[in-house]
Design a binder for this molecule. Structure first.
Ligand SMILES: N[C@@H](CCC(=O)N[C@@H](CS)C(=O)NCC(=O)O)C(=O)O
Length: 325
């Protein structure tokens, strides 16, 4: 587990994340899991942030933990610097599904990092789990935030028994997370930002080997770790839902589309249709960000039109029985 997290944090696009505190159900801890105390800053475009939001929603934590999204297009974060990154809209009506920063009045995610630390030198990434009481960042590593949401807030969760990291399944979940991260979640970025043909070829092979492996697994069971939904499925889902609409084109992951994989496509629809989850998918934010915020791979920022897939259409995954762990 520790090894897999270390690896996860060392890979593109995230640099080693620096805020690694934990919210705990122990109310004497520095960051106790109190209702109303924490805020999750996300971008609906970002898969790492979206996986945290997905678990927040599935656990029924949306009353206990507030959240808001930045706007999808990266902009300059300081007047006299070239750096571009996440910014808040100037008003709540300017960009659909994006909000001003009502907590700190920040214009950029970068400003939040500046409030939290005077000597931060890393990237200004989302997600950011913010402590409203101490006015600081608790944690900016999605793989840790999602575990906190799963286990530490049960006393204030509407679905406390919903467990995506059940003790009986942890070994297989950890193993699955590792190859899903390496081959797919991070793999699409390795394809997209490869600087040589050889590096791209290696990344594409790794990506499609991993997708083929998923297709095979999902031909015999409903979810990645059996017939129970786990954290691994949420991690895979956030990449699959972006795949045909963005990664296939902008990251050149076009060897095969998700909608050309029978099981993977039905599985994506199955997860999308879990109550509440579709609210975490804002395709306009996804497309605007991926096509519009990476001048090195799409200098003109033109957004591709298609394919506008309807993930709410029927799927065939009910052919497997569902279990709780
Ligand atoms: N390890 C981090 C990675 C998060 C990450 O890379 N987020 C991207 C958006 S998808 C980001 O905010 N990038 C800002 C930048 O690179 O400046 C996590 O999983 O939480």
């Amino acid at each position: 587990m520790a090894a897999s997290l270390a690896k996860e944090n060392s890979n593109f696009p995230g640099t080693a994340t620096s805020f690694r505190n934990s919210v705990s159900q122990n109310l004497d801890s520095q960051f106790p899991a109190e209702s109303g105390r924490y805020h999750l800053y996300i971008s609906y475009a970002c898969p790492w942030a979206s996986r945290c939001l997905a678990i927040l929603i599935l656990k029924g934590l949306d009353k206990a933990i507030t959240f808001s999204s930045v706007q999808p297009l990266w902009r300059k974060t300081k007047e006299n610097e070239e750096h571009i990154g996440w910014v808040f809209p100037d008003s709540d009506t300017e960009v659909l599904d994006a909000e001003r920063d009502h907590l700190n009045g920040a214009k950029t995610i970068r400003e939040l990092y500046d409030i939290a630390s005077l000597n931060y030198t890393g990237k200004y990434t989302v997600p950011v789990l913010w402590d409203k009481k101490l006015k600081t960042i608790v944690n900016n590593e999605s793989s840790e935030i999602l575990k906190m949401f799963n286990t530490e807030f049960n006393h204030v969760a509407e679905n406390p028994s919903f467990d995506l990291y059940h003790p009986n399944l942890r070994t297989i979940i950890d193993e699955t997370n590792e190859w899903i991260h390496d081959g797919i979640s991070n793999g699409v970025y390795e394809c997209g930002f490869a600087k040589t043909q050889a590096a791209y070829d290696v990344a594409v092979k790794k990506l499609f080997d991993a997708l083929d492996k998923c297709e095979e697994i999902l031909g015999r069971q409903r979810f990645l770790c059996g017939n129970t939904l786990t954290e691994s499925d949420i991690r895979l889902f956030v990449t699959l839902i972006r795949f045909d609409e963005a990664y296939a084109v902008i990251f050149k992951c076009d060897k095969r589309l998700v909608r050309e994989y029978w099981n993977l496509f039905n599985y994506t629809k199955d997860i999308y249709q879990i109550k509440g989850l579709s609210s975490t998918v804002k395709m306009d934010h996804i497309k605007q960000n991926y096509y519009g915020s990476f001048p090195s791979i799409n200098p003109l920022g033109i957004v591709a039109h298609g394919p506008n897939i309807d993930y709410s259409l029927p799927h065939d995954r009910h052919r497997f029985s569902t279990e709780t762990a």
